[in-house]
Design a protein around this ligand. Structure first.
Ligand code: GCU
Length: 603
């Protein structure tokens, strides 16, 4: 017995080592703009098996199984013992969180196995890449019983080359999804949003040329007299060229690639600039090796000078709102174009030219619709509250999410700032952690601004003093303050004065109060719409007296699910700070903010 178990543990070790090292992603480049590639969608109904004890992954010795559920085993005959069967397992929608699809899964945190079978007309000189928009939180992906990779982080896209694994007929993909919260994760164990589990965004199988255009970026150059960018292909070849075309700008240029299969370009041009008032998008296409990848891209500049934010050289006040990625009606993760269009149209109706997509990268549709509707975007990674700032592993996870976010959304004109954190405690290891993230973001994308939402301020003679040391490293200071809700009385807020140690623009990234839609009474009565509206009135007074205030994104567009909000008959697991109810109904405070934005827009 002893001898054989030693062999099994060596084998298991080898498997684990192999899986960890090579399979995080077997692609060294993200395939840009997956939605614009030749692909088959794997969205729809998948089979699902609940596995709270990870019985499909570990054996009774708590060692990874060789014959786990990923093998999709079938009973050979009536006497054959197989204790799971995807074919008869319940169906679940993908994309979608599991919490709002089955009542028993509303609070479920653990492992769920997903299975989907599919056919492909496999073509020899093609590469097949499986693209996941997002899976919360940990995903291990198997194709036809073979592990192709794993991913950690619930809000960024990932891909695996599955060319070797797929065949023409009867393919199956199995995903082990685990949304358990652990201390060393990003975000960590406590958040004020629902830990929706599942394959929450689209899944597709991309069919690409043997050598294909992997990544590209294009934007207005720093002088504003041309478009600058880069292209890179999956594997270098000889005399490679990529044709970059922007027909409306009469651009049709062959860009020669270097030995690494990469090239940058800076082409003279005079585009109409993208702005919230005129969100001009140009069709841009990249042709390489028989594939043409089309994108819609806006050209604009953004910078800060002193306490001003300039878009296309014009100082701008950012009339914003914070948004969680929840479907417009009811709870559950938003993922579709329709969801994005509804949420962002509500923001436009409020008079916004800006949205804070909190607290994690939202789905790609949100960014593309923001481009189309003309909404500037604050995009953020979930370094939220008390992640383990002293952990190198946790830093690596945060940096990876930052890189994935920037890589996916760098071509969206709407995105003007990357946020590296929300409400993190003032301590040395946090400053080092976030300082390194900021360095990384600037290296990855020198064209955008950096921010973070801070909730620690000191008290000054007549109010608040912005002195968080993190503010030294960002371009724009985000301030979360709940005057009239978590502190002070609404009426006190108008007199609250803000000072800042920094000559930088400030965005009030969170202000607000809770209200239950339909609850009405005198404005002193908490949870009424009148109380919430009153908090807005006085916070607007306060903000009108903030010297460097250049934007505001009140918390929040719509009531959203939170496990931290149990108050019966008022919250019932909803954070009620929305200006809209969970059904999209306007509360009184909606009109207070809309009127303020109308006034601001007219200034
Ligand atoms: C915090 C936090 C939000 C939270 C909000 C609230 O500021 O950033 O995620 O939902 O406060 O308390 O409602």
């Amino acid at each position: 017995m002893k001898h054989s178990s030693r062999i099994t543990s060596i084998v298991t070790l080898v498997i684990m080592l192999l899986s960890f090292t090579s399979m995080a992603s077997n692609l060294d480049q993200y395939v840009q703009n997956a939605g614009a590639r030749q692909h088959i969608s794997l969205n729809g109904q998948w089979h699902r098996i609940l596995d709270p004890y990870e019985n499909g992954y570990y054996n009774h010795r708590y060692e990874p199984h060789e014959n786990g559920y990923f093998k999709n085993a079938k009973a050979k005959d009536k006497g054959d013992l197989v204790e799971y069967n995807f074919a008869t397992a319940p169906l679940i929608n993908v994309p979608g969180d599991w919490n709002t699809q089955e009542e028993q899964l509303f609070l479920y945190e653990g492992t769920v196995w997903y299975e989907k079978s599919f056919n492909v007309e496999k073509i020899t000189n093609k590469r097949y890449v499986m693209h996941f928009g997002a899976v919360n939180y940990k995903a291990i992906v198997y194709v036809n019983g073979t592990k192709v990779g794993e991913h950690e982080g619930g809000f960024t896209s990932f891909q695996f080359d599955v060319t070797e694994q797929i065949k023409d007929k009867d393919n199956f993909v199995i995903v082990k999804v685990d949304n358990r919260r652990e201390r060393d994760q990003v975000p960590t164990v406590n958040t004020d949003w629902w830990n929706y589990g599942g394959i929450t965004r689209s899944v597709s199988l991309l069919e690409l040329p043997e050598r294909y255009l992997a990544d590209y970026s294009v934007r207005l150059n720093d002088k504003g007299d041309g478009v600058i960018g880069m292209v890179s292909v999956s594997s270098p070849g000889k005399k490679d060229e990529v044709t970059v075309s922007i027909p409306e700008l009469k651009i049709n240029t062959n860009v020669k690639l270097d030995a690494k299969g990469m090239a940058s370009f800076d082409i003279k041009a005079n585009p109409n600039l993208w702005s919230p008032e005129a969100p001009k998008l140009y069709e841009v296409s990249f042709a390489f090796n028989g594939e043409t990848v089309k994108d819609k891209i806006g050209f604009r500049s953004v910078k800060v000078e002193g306490t001003e934010i300039f878009v296309n050289g014009k100082s701008m006040f950012l009339r914003g709102i914070s948004i969680h990625e929840e479907s417009p009606f009811g709870g559950g993760r938003a993922w579709s174009e329709a969801d994005a269009r509804t949420l962002l149209t509500w923001a436009k109706e409020l008079g916004c030219n800006f949205v804070r997509l909190a607290h994690y990268p939202h789905n790609e549709m949100m960014l593309k619709i923001a481009d189309e509707l003309g909404l500037l975007v604050w995009s953020e990674i979930p370094v939220y509250w008390t992640v383990m700032f002293d952990s190198k592993d946790v830093y690596a996870k945060a940096e990876k999410q930052l890189t994935e976010m920037i890589t996916r959304d760098k071509n969206r004109a709407a995105v003007i700032m990357w946020s590296v954190a929300n409400e993190t405690p003032v301590q040395d290891d946090r400053l080092v952690f976030l300082g390194n993230l900021i360095k990384k973001a600037r290296a990855l994308d020198p064209s955008r601004l950096i921010t973070a939402a801070m909730d620690t301020q000191s008290t000054s003679a007549n109010g608040k003093l912005i002195d968080d040391p993190l503010a030294k490293y960002v371009d724009i200071i985000g301030i979360n303050s709940y005057c009239g809700w978590y502190s002070a009385k609404p009426a006190d807020c108008g007199n609250l004065r803000w000072e800042s140690h920094y000559e930088k623009p400030i965005i009030m990234s969170e202000v607000g109060a809770g209200a239950l839609k339909g609850l009405h009474d005198k404005k002193e009565v908490i949870w009424t719409e009148e109380f919430q509206a009153d908090v807005y009135v006085h916070n607007i007074e306060m903000m009108e007296n903030m010297p460097s205030l250049r934007g505001v994104t009140p918390w929040i567009l719509k009531d959203f699910r939170s496990p931290r909000r149990p108050l019966d008959n008022v919250q019932d697991f909803w954070n009620r700070k929305g200006l809209l109810s969970e059904k999209g109904e306007r509360k009184l405070a909606w009109y207070v903010l809309r009127d303020f934005y109308q006034k601001k827009a007219a200034e």
